[in-house]
Write a protein that binds this ligand. Structure first.
Ligand SMILES: Nc1nc2c(ncn2[C@@H]2O[C@H](COP(=O)(O)OP(=O)(O)O)[C@@H](O)[C@H]2O)c(=O)[nH]1
Ligand SMILES: [Mg+2]
Ligand SMILES: [Zn+2]
Length: 314
C-alpha cells in the first residue's frame, strides 16, 4: 500500500513515498526502537508515533518509512508478555516468547526466591520454562543441583551446561531452540551473555570477562536484544540481570495457578474461596503437612500473597 505525501521543504524531495511494512522489535532504547523488517531482514531505527509506550522486544509492529524517517504505527496483538512489577513500576521483559530459559549457577549462588517467581510469571503468561544450570564445570554445581531438587520433582526440565564450552552448549541446546523464540533470564553473573555467545558467536555480547580483560571493569548487559541463531530457525533474547522480581500485577488466582503442585490439593479445600493459609479443611495445608508440597515453595506462595495484599489499592 503506497501513498504519496505532499512535498515539504524540510524533507528531501527524492523520497517522499510512505511505505508501510511489518517487522519485529529486536531492541528497545527508551525513545527509539530497532525493528527488523519481515520481508528484507533490514534493521530500521524507529520512533513510536505519538506517545505510544509499552512496546517491547519481541513485539510485531507495522512501521511507516518516509525517506530516512521511520515510525511505529501499530502494535500487533501479542501471544504473551513476560513482565514483573516492582514498587509501582512495571518492567516488560519481552513479548511473543515460546520458552523461558532461566539461567542459574552456584557461583554466585542463585536465589531460589527469584527462580520461584520467574516460574510463576512464566506459568501465568503461558510460557514454557526450562532451567539452565550453568557453570556445571565447577564442583559447586552439586549444591545448586540439590537446591533445585524440589523444582525437578515438579517436572521443570533442568539442563546442566557449561557456557565456557560452546560446542557442548550447542549440542545440548540447539535442537531445543529450533523454531522457537527463547528468552534468557536470570540474575547477573549467571552466564546469560556467555551462553548467548556460545549460540550466536557474532553477537559480541559483552561478558564481564571480556571487559575485565580490557581493564574496563565489570560490564553487564544493559539492554534486551533479540538475535537469530545461525543455521537455525530459532531466535534468542538476551536480557539484563535483575535483583527483584515483583509479581504484584498478578491476582491471587494467578499466583495459585503458578504453583502447579497445588492444583490437585486444591480440589480438597473445604471453602471455594480458600486462600490456602489458615482456613480449616484446606487441601494445600494438608498436602504441606503430609510432605507433598515443599515448605520452601509454600513459603514463597505466602510471601507473594502478602506482597499482593500490601499493595496500595486504587
Ligand atoms: N566457570 C564458568 N564460568 C562461567 C560460565 N559461564 C559464564 N561464566 C563466567 O561467569 C561470569 C558472568 O558471565 P556473564 O555471561 O557475563 O553473565 P550474565 O550477567 O548472566 O550475562 C563471567 O566471568 C563468565 O566468564 C561457565 O559455564 N563456567
Ligand atoms: Mg549479560
Ligand atoms: Zn485451601
Amino acid at each position: 500500500m503506497k501513498r504519496t505525501k505532499p512535498h515539504r521543504l524540510s524533507v528531501s524531495t527524492e523520497n517522499t513515498t510512505t511505505q508501510t511494512q511489518t517487522g519485529q522489535v529486536i531492541s528497545a532504547h527508551g525513545r527509539h526502537y530497532f525493528v527488523e523488517l519481515k520481508d528484507s531482514g533490514q534493521v530500521v531505527k524507529c520512533f513510536p508515533r505519538g506517545k505510544r509506550g509499552g512496546i517491547c522486544v519481541g513485539d510485531w509492529v507495522d512501521i511507516s518509512t518516509q525517506g530516512e524517517r521511520a515510525a511505529i504505527e501499530r502494535l500487533h496483538e501479542r501471544s504473551n508478555l513476560l513482565y514483573r512489577s516492582d514498587e509501582m513500576r512495571t518492567k516488560q521483559f519481552a513479548a511473543n516468547i515460546d520458552r523461558l530459559l532461566i539461567v542459574l549457577a552456584a557461583e554466585p549462588m542463585f536465589s531460589e526466591d527469584l527462580v520461584g517467581r520467574a516460574l510463576v510469571a512464566a506459568g501465568t503468561a503461558g510460557i514454557e520454562p526450562i532451567i539452565l544450570l550453568n557453570k556445571a564445570d565447577l564442583d559447586s554445581v552439586a549444591v545448586a543441583r540439590q537446591r533445585l531438587q524440589p523444582l525437578a520433582d515438579l517436572g521443570v526440565p533442568i539442563f546442566e551446561i557449561s557456557a565456557l564450552d560452546p560446542a557442548q552448549v550447542q549440542s545440548q541446546l540447539l535442537d531445543l531452540l529450533e523454531d522457537k523464540t527463547s528468552l534468557l533470564l536470570g540474575q547477573s553473573g549467571m552466564g546469560k551473555s556467555t551462553i548467548l555467545n556460545a549460540l550466536v558467536p557474532d553477537a559480541h555480547a559483552h561478558t564481564q570477562e571480556h571487559s575485565a580483560a580490557l581493564g574496563a571493569g565489570k560490564h553487564t548487559t544493559t539492554s534486551t536484544r533479540l538475535y537469530h541463531i545461525p543455521n537455525s530457525s530459532g531466535k534468542i533474547i538476551d536480557s539484563p540481570g535483575f535483583q527483584a522480581f515483583g509479581l504484584a500485577h498478578l491476582a491471587a488466582e494467578d499466583i495459585v495457578r503458578g504453583f502447579s503442585e497445588f492444583h490437585d490439593a486444591i480440589q480438597h479445600c473445604k471453602f471455594y474461596n480458600c486462600t490456602h493459609r489458615h482456613e480449616p479443611g484446606c487441601g494445600v495445608v494438608t498436602a504441606l503437612e503430609n510432605g507433598q508440597i515443599h515448605p520452601d515453595r509454600y513459603a514463597l506462595y505466602q510471601r507473594l500473597l502478602t506482597e499482593l495484599e500490601s499493595q496500595p489499592k486504587y
